[in-house]
Design a protein around this ligand. Sequence first.
Ligand code: DGL
Length: 270
Amino acid sequence: MKRDDKSYKGIGVFDSGIGGLTVVRALMERLPEENIVYFGDSARVPYGTKSPETVLRFARENLKFLKSRNIKLIVVACNTVSAVALPVLKAEEKLPVTGVLLPGALSASKTTESGKIAVIGTTATIHSGAYEEALHAINQDLEIFSQACPLFVSLAEEGWLNNDVTRLTARKYLEPVIEFGADTLVLGCTHYPLLREVISEVMGKGVELVDSANECAIEVEKILEKNNLRKMTGDTGEIRVFMSDVPYKFKEIGERFLGRSLGEVTKIQI
Ligand code: DGL
């Protein structure tokens, strides 16, 4: 089948800051030939403590920016936006839009053996009840416990991925989660995989940590295939990174996590 120029356009990805890079990494591993345009709204992070109306407004503005960068699909690499604004964004948008919440729920449902799943996320994500809804739509017998861990976002943005403050914060937040006794913990915020080491240490052996990144990349691949948008040339894709602010340690933390250079990071006004 002849593929048109659309296939060479990029995959637009956005998050409130650095967290969405956890999704970019999975996309680059699964779809290495694809070009990626990333936007991190560091000037307005965190989203997870804001009202759904404000999160929707920010998301619309981010989408508008990404669409000015020659993209063919939009990945909302933010659980908060996925939880409170995804249906509206999908309805408004002509390009395919996909989020991270359903992939996270799917991943957890495949992992659990006991049927007891805990979800951690931002205050907005947990308050929305969107994970419970998605998990119960998959299997209504699942037992779910949810816990907001808002400070994890600042710790990740600060690059405090594994130190005493992070460990103490994790112990405090995760105490009731441990008590609940889940065998699977959903990292329901794209920032949280950056703190995976500490979270895993605090949760202890026997609790599987799952995030949305890999399932999200599988979903993106399906959407590209279905819409005949997959870039078929063998050359490795490029990543372009735009931020509404470039925090001091952004490049260092971002590159450490991505395992490759972020290239030039362009600051833009949203
Ligand atoms: N990383 C985002 C999420 O997945 C948002 C974190 C925040 O800005 O509070 O929810």
